[in-house]
Design a binder for this molecule. Structure first.
Ligand code: PRP
Ligand code: ZN
Ligand code: MG
Length: 224
């Protein structure tokens, strides 16, 4: 990769990826996005896009592998807690909170579950991709539980008998409903954010960011 080109990590596929591509397009960045490619080069600006899993984006920014990243605050906060616990570097700055990617991280149980509050989950197994955010919430509630780590298909865990409850992202609620689950506690509210690595950038790269940011501000304001 060319060291002089600004590197931006965005989600390869999923809720944020279309919005991210729209945002860049709105900023005048001409992308040459071919399917199944990890890297896409902008044709008219010194920008390279890295198309990756959203969960990998905070780490790529914190390790300085990329200069900027667009990611949900849920994934960002989870990575932050994990890295801090493991003594890894976790520096970054938020350039802009964006107006898309809104969702919440919630606890949910099967419709038949007699839920009386978090204490109903004492000693239970909870399936999640966000063990750190979940633990922080449950610690505050004074409830102990067993975490079942799943990176996908979290919503099928109760039916499959591998967990008693789940803690997962909810946007429209359609996934919960389709799986006979009821949302009980919202533990984190999230939107997409544009983050920058903590390392000092070469002037040429910083100039590209300084050109992009006002355009992003303008686009966001126009939608308000
Ligand atoms: C989340 C979550 C559910 C779905 C809920 O996954 O895991 O599968 O969205 O959305 P709904 O309430 O609108 O049905 P998502 O694909 O956003 O993230 P992931 O790919 O990182 O799991
Ligand atoms: Zn993900
Ligand atoms: Mg999912």
């Amino acid at each position: 990769m060319d060291q002089n080109r600004l590197r931006i990590a965005i989600q390869k596929s999923g809720r944020l990826s279309t919005e991210c591509q729209k945002l860049l397009k709105g900023c005048g960045v001409k992308l040459n996005l071919r399917e199944q490619r990890l890297i896409a080069h902008a044709e008219n600006m010194p920008i390279d896009l890295l198309l990756v899993r959203d969960d990998d984006i905070p780490g790529l920014v914190m390790d300085g592998v990329v200069d900027l990243g667009v990611v949900g605050e849920n994934v960002l906060e989870e990575t932050l807690m994990e890295r801090q616990a493991q003594g890894q570097s976790a520096d970054y700055s938020v350039l802009k909170r964006l107006d898309f990617g809104g969702c919440r991280l919630s606890l949910a149980v099967a419709q038949e579950f007699d839920y009386q509050g978090p204490e109903s989950l004492e000693g239970k197994r909870i399936a999640t991709s966000y063990p750190w955010l979940l633990k922080r919430y449950m610690d505050r509630q004074g409830v102990t539980f067993k975490s079942v780590m799943l990176n996908g298909s979290v919503e099928v865990a109760p039916r499959a008998g591998v967990a008693d409850a789940i803690c997962d992202l909810v946007s429209t609620g359609a996934t919960l409903e389709a799986n006979g689950l009821v949302e009980t506690d919202v533990i984190f509210r999230s939107k997409a954010v544009l983050i920058q690595s903590a390392s000092t950038l070469p002037t040429a790269k910083q100039q590209v960011i300084d050109r992009l940011l006002p355009r992003i501000q303008g686009l966001q304001q126009a939608r308000e």
